[in-house]
Design a protein around this ligand. Structure first.
Ligand code: GAL
Length: 647
């Protein structure tokens, strides 16, 4: 497809023919170029086992094609039909607590279950045969949001598959016993059959076993995806990620190579005043999974969602800012859930492109306007965003850190990553996300905010980066354990001692509301304090109060041609500290900009998104504004967006 795709999930099966016909007329009015179709339509495509009814879908696909609208065709495996669940009651997933999931919703089949895999293959091979060559179909949309809402399944089929997975990973029980540290609490295994899933128990279950179960569950969902991908030849295949930042259960680095294009769903968290920063983070992580290239925003909302505490409608201009911020950060699509608001079912209070109020509404007018603007951005498609700063992001570390019985329950992966990301966002610095083992040599600055689990290999990668001239920032409780959640030998932070030039003797986690003063005016630290013992590193800031008063809180270590910083608490003024580090690392930054002005360069295009209620001056940017069609005036209107093509 040329240009930036515009459209949404389309569920015509909920509507009579007249409405379906009106849909296509309205789609043209709004500039819709692509819809995602059939995502939950299994029961309508195969109403009884082996009885297929494709006629209605043929008609919809043909009608869309006649109107020049491309189809992103779903495989409806996220909604197994009632006949399937009745015939295979044991295909319904079991939670860690041992509750079997009921029917009547969606996502109620286990990805490992042989009957589910068989039924999936039967249906998907028919879809491939029937629609694979249809000129309207440009892409396959497999399943829906793997891993959400249920990442891990604890059914019998899963446990059997887990044992096989372990045999491949460890080959021998000796290797498994060693990796899992089963001498602790006498958990030694003498037979593969003795191994169970790490079910809920009244005390803490072996953390290495839990980590492996998380990896296994991720692989099982991927297996179900790959089974379909093999059948869907001829067109690009993807699956929509359940929000790159929010989908904890899937290690999306492992998925990135299996999809032909990264597709992400993103929903604002209505409770957060900084949700536009969270949006940017999700988009940047999507682009990073895409290796810096374009990706697709497969779902977001025109307004309120119906699954949060408050279904907050977007403020005027907010949908537009949201959509274009995704494009700024590399998306070649602006897609919504969903096209037309449902009248019945679980999501009837969810916003849509065609609201219940109909076309005589501000929302519809905004959708039409946005469609036209997205059309004007066609030349942006395919261009790349490049960043000089990277944040280390590792799902395995995310999983491991948030298992039970850590030194503090306030140690949360996202909390620290978001703190660093937000500080950089406010400094107008664009960041990529990287796996700790990735090639990071091209970045001027790499930040590892919450790298609790860090393999020896990854730690060496970070060290080499510094020795070769890079600037590294590491935050507390990083480099503590290996891939089996086993503590690295010697003092903390085992594998990072050398690069940071220090060791940590004791942790002093802070209680709620407890703070420590830092040795710079008004400096405050929260969540964490610890006894740092520099061994080569220089103290930049010290703790002025609290259990580590008089000892280092922030250090800097020159190593080889580079420098490694360590931050041993959660400072309130992280932004100030990072601003200094960014400057020292030689990161290119725009001149003075208002705080709430988001500026991202994508190829020759400068996206300027003003999140404030006042106009924002942006000196130094010259060129044509693709949105207004006129030369950029040097000012972004209150709440407005400009996309400037620079010479
Ligand atoms: C997504 C899901 C969609 C729809 C949407 C509502 O997670 O993929 O099908 O439910 O949420 O916000």
């Amino acid at each position: 497809m040329a240009g930036i795709a515009f459209g949404g999930d389309y569920n015509p099966e909920q509507w009579p023919r007249e409405v379906q016909e009106e849909d296509v007329r309205l789609m043209r009015e709004a500039g819709v170029t692509m819809v995602s179709l059939g995502i939950f339509a299994w029961a309508l495509l195969e109403p009884a086992e082996g009885r297929y009814e494709f006629g209605w879908l043929d008609e919809v696909v043909d009608r869309l094609h006649a109107a020049g609208i491309a189809v992103n065709l779903g495989t409806p495996t996220a909604a197994p039909p009632p006949w399937f669940s009745l015939k295979h009651p044991d295909s319904r997933p079991v939670t860690r607590e041992g509750r079997r999931v009921g029917t009547g919703g969606r996502e109620h089949a286990c990805s490992s279950h042989p009957a589910f895999r068989h039924a999936t293959a039967e249906l998907v091979s028919r879809l491939a045969q029937r629609y694979g060559d249809h000129p309207a179909v440009v892409m396959w949309h497999v399943h829906n949001e793997y891993g959400a809402p249920l990442g891990e399944c604890y059914c019998e089929a899963s446990v059997a598959a887990f044992r096989e997975w372990l045999k491949v990973r460890y080959a021998t029980l000796d290797a498994l016993n060693h990796a899992w540290g089963t001498t602790f609490w006498g958990q030694h295994y003498g037979d593969w059959a003795e191994i169970d899933a790490p079910r809920w128990s009244h005390t803490v279950v072996n953390p290495a076993q839990r980590l492996d179960y998380a990896r296994f569950a991720n692989d099982e969902h991927r297996g179900h995806y790959l089974l379909q991908k093999e059948l869907l030849t001829g067109k690009p295949v993807t699956t929509n990620f359940a929000g790159t930042v929010n989908c904890k259960s899937m290690d999306l680095w492992t998925w990135a190579g299996d999809v032909d294009v990264i597709a992400n769903d993103h929903y604002l968290d209505a409770e957060r005043p900084d949700n536009h920063i969270h949006l940017a983070m999700s988009a940047d992580l999507s682009r990073s999974l895409a290796g810096g290239g374009p990706w697709l925003l497969m779902e977001h909302s025109t307004g309120a969602v119906n699954w949060q505490r408050w279904g907050v409608a977007k403020r005027p201009g907010e949908m537009r800012r949201n959509s274009l911020a995704h494009v700024a950060r590399g998306s070649d699509a602006v897609m919504f859930f969903q096209w037309r608001a449902s009248r019945f079912g679980a999501e009837k209070f969810h916003s849509a492109m065609v609201p219940h109020a109909g076309t005589d509404s501000a929302l519809w007018r905004d959708v039409v306007r946005l469609g036209a603007e997205v059309g004007r951005l066609a030349e942006v498609a395919g261009s790349r965003v490049s960043a000089e700063v990277a944040i280390v992001w590792d799902w395995e570390s995310y999983w491991a850190l948030e298992l039970d019985w850590r030194p503090s329950t306030e140690l949360r992966f996202l909390e620290r990553v978001e703190a660093y990301y937000a500080a950089l966002w406010r400094e107008h610095v664009t960041v990529d996300f990287v796996h700790p083992s990735a090639d990071i040599s091209g970045y001027r600055l790499v930040v590892a905010p919450s790298a609790y689990l860090l393999t020896e290999g990854s730690a060496k990668n970070l060290q080499r980066y510094v020795e070769d001239g890079g600037s590294l920032v590491v935050s507390y409780f990083s480099g503590i354990v290996n891939e089996h959640d086993t503590i690295h030998p010697g003092a903390y932070p085992g594998v990072l001692r050398e690069v940071l030039g220090l060791s940590v003797e004791e942790f002093h986690p802070l209680r709620d509301d407890e703070t420590v003063a830092l040795g710079r005016p008004d400096g405050v630290g929260r969540i964490w304090s610890e006894r740092v013992r520099p061994a080569g590193a220089r103290t930049v800031q010290s703790f002025a109060t609290g259990p580590d008063a008089g000892h280092a809180a922030v250090t800097r270590h020159n190593l080889g041609a580079g420098v490694a910083w360590y931050i041993a608490t959660a400072p309130d003024d992280l932004r100030e500290l990072l601003a200094e580090i960014v400057v020292r690392a030689g990161v290119t930054r725009p001149g003075e900009l208002p705080d709430a002005l988001e500026m991202v360069e994508r190829g020759p295009y400068v996206f300027l998104i003003n999140h404030a209620d006042a106009a924002a001056p942006v000196p130094g940017v010259v060129g044509a504004d693709l949105i207004s069609g006129a030369p950029f005036t040097g000012e972004v209107p209150a709440g407005g967006v400009c996309v400037v093509r620079t010479p």
